[in-house]
Design a protein around this ligand. Structure first.
Ligand code: THU
Length: 158
């Protein structure tokens, strides 16, 4: 068995559609709302929904470290509560790293991959994922679930 991830690489945001660029701008704006005094690592996320809504989120840390929540799960939760029942089409993830250690797109943590997987079960449709940097380097994944193959679920597989 082979497990494949279908993605495209881009070196600038201009290579993407205007709609994607708008969603990336929303995710970048969300960096300002990050509460990350412990890591100083800001993460912004934005989701677009099939009904045209889009929502953003950012990482929210806590002095009790495990209480902190990643940007992706905030954005998904905002979408789920503010536009209940709507289908998530695309999720963007961007970050700002004051240490300058990273300059390539970063992929979501395992917990967020599981949360995204749950959303695709709920909506019975895959979610595109745009992993990007503020400078433009970008990976576009056709289906974010590809990042969590053989995943756990309580649902009966179809
Ligand atoms: N973080 C996210 O927001 N998303 C991820 O997918 C990985 C990590 C946050 C958690 C923490 O606030 C900071 O990045 C550093 O780990």
């Amino acid at each position: 068995m082979n497990i494949n991830i279908e993605l495209t690489e881009h070196s600038s945001h201009e290579e993407l559609s205007l709609k994607d660029q708008g969603l990336i701008a929303l995710a970048i704006n969300q960096l300002q709302t990050s509460h990350s005094p412990y890591s100083n690592f800001r993460v912004g996320a934005a989701v677009s929904l099939e009904n045209g809504d889009s929502w953003g989120g950012s990482n929210q840390e806590n002095s009790s470290y495990p209480v902190g929540i990643c940007a992706e799960r905030i954005a998904l939760s905002v979408a789920s509560t503010q536009s209940p029942g709507e289908i998530v089409d695309t999720i963007v993830v961007v970050y700002s790293d004051p240490r300058g250690v990273h300059n390539a797109p970063l992929a979501p943590c395992g917990m967020c991959r599981q949360a995204i997987r749950e959303q695709t079960y709920r909506q019975e449709k895959g979610i595109r994922m745009i992993l990007t940097t503020q400078h433009g380097e970008t990976l576009v994944l056709k289906n974010a679930d590809d990042l969590l193959p053989l995943s756990f679920t309580l649902e009966k597989s179809k």
